[in-house]
Design a protein around this ligand. Structure first.
Ligand code: NDP
Length: 330
């Protein structure tokens, strides 16, 4: 199969030389396994962390081996009782055209509900991250004012819409371009700003108005987190989902410098991993299917064509080229 391998570990921003398109033999299909032809692969910011050789919550990628990540594909052959030829399944051996996958490590995608790529986005890990981060981690309650960063991205755009659907008093988003700001307003955000337009704190204060914010869903870290700490109301909650502003950093980053505010304001800052939220998967799937069906929640996708372009798609993701979920179609 053709696959994308990690050729060298990026230092700071990834460059094309860190990746290599290669060909590897497929293993023989064993008992309980399925052969899948990948249709779409998911391109995710957390992969940047796995490119470093450091111990973290998910193991580093090996050099000269295929990358992996979420994928949705068609079952071509099955030696598993759980899946049959023609099924569309979600699994974690992306970044290659064909994969031999353990049957019990693949889940069937009900393409009657939504097209296959949605199972990597709104109906998949991305959606579960947004849903549980907002409701279970930040313990959102109706009437809360919510701020989300990375708001035009895959997770962020869902967070804002879910908050609106569940009765937020105000939803504010930040993103990296005027077009993304315009898109957020179309999606029903009450206010949105481009973080390049001035200090985040000033823009957030203005967008929040006198009511402040009760919940901050953090995808970005750094200056965004510092601004949110300044604007959060007493008893405010932060879901710490990501810190993309520092994924390429080679030095420790200074902000937030005002963490002490958490004491006086009695804030809760809670980090989470979507992997620890799987117990909510069924509740989430039901809710999200309903919201998509009645148009309450909409999702954007940025689709790049061809496995060869996957490394560029990843680099572009870190540069904000995507609106909504970044995917590669094989
Ligand atoms: P996105 O679709 O949001 O894509 C990443 C976006 O980050 C880019 O489009 C870009 O948009 C923005 N960005 C890049 N650099 C910066 C910067 N310096 N400052 C501000 N924004 C920046 O990706 P996802 O929705 O998949 O992921 C969003 C966040 O959630 C990430 O931090 C990710 O690591 C995290 N995550 C965490 C999970 C968990 O289990 N905790 C699970 C899934 C995701 P812009 O143009 O606006 O800059």
């Amino acid at each position: 199969t053709r696959e994308i391998q990690l050729a060298s570990r990026p230092v700071g921003r990834p460059v094309p030389e860190n990746f290599r398109l290669a060909e590897s033999p497929l293993p023989e299909l064993g008992d309980g396994q399925i052969l899948v032809r990948n249709l779409f692969i998911s391109v995710d910011p957390y992969m940047r962390g796995r490119m470093n050789d450091v111990k973290s919550y998910s193991a580093p990628f090996a050099l000269d081996k295929a990358l992996d990540g979420g994928a949705v594909g068609e079952v071509l052959a099955s030696r598993s009782g759980q899946h049959k030829e023609g099924d569309v399944v979600v699994h974690s051996l992306g970044w290659r055209e064909y994969a031999v996958v353990e049957g019990n490590a693949a889940t069937k995608a009900d393409t009657g509900l939504a097209p296959a790529p949605a199972f990597l986005g709104a109906l998949g890990m991305t959606g579960l991250t947004a849903y549980t981060g907002l409701l279970k981690v930040a313990e959102f309650a109706p009437g809360d004012a919510v701020f989300v960063s990375g708001a035009a991205g895959a997770v962020g755009s869902l967070v804002g819409q879910i908050a609106k659907a569940m009765g937020a008093s105000r939803v504010i988003g930040s993103a990296g371009s005027p077009a993304k700001v315009a898109r957020l307003l179309e999606l029903g955000f009450d206010a949105a700003f481009d973080y390049h337009d001035g200090p985040v704190r000033e823009q957030l204060e203005k967008a929040a108005g006198p009511g402040g914010i009760d919940v901050y869903f953090d995808n970005v870290g750094g200056e965004h987190l510092e601004a949110a700490l300044a604007v959060l109301n007493v008893g405010g909650r932060v879901a710490m989902c990501g810190a993309i502003a520092q994924y390429n950093s080679t030095e420790p980053t200074p902000a937030p410098r005002n963490l002490m505010l958490a004491i006086g304001k009695q804030l809760t800052l809670r980090g989470f991993l979507v992997g620890g939220q799987r117990q909510h998967a069924a509740e989430f799937a039901g809710k999200m299917a309903g919201w998509l069906a009645d148009g309450t929640v909409r999702y954007d996708e940025t689709i790049v064509e061809g496995l060869d372009n996957a490394p560029q798609a990843f680099m572009d993701l870190l540069d904000g080229a995507n609106t909504g979920k970044m995917l590669v179609r094989l």
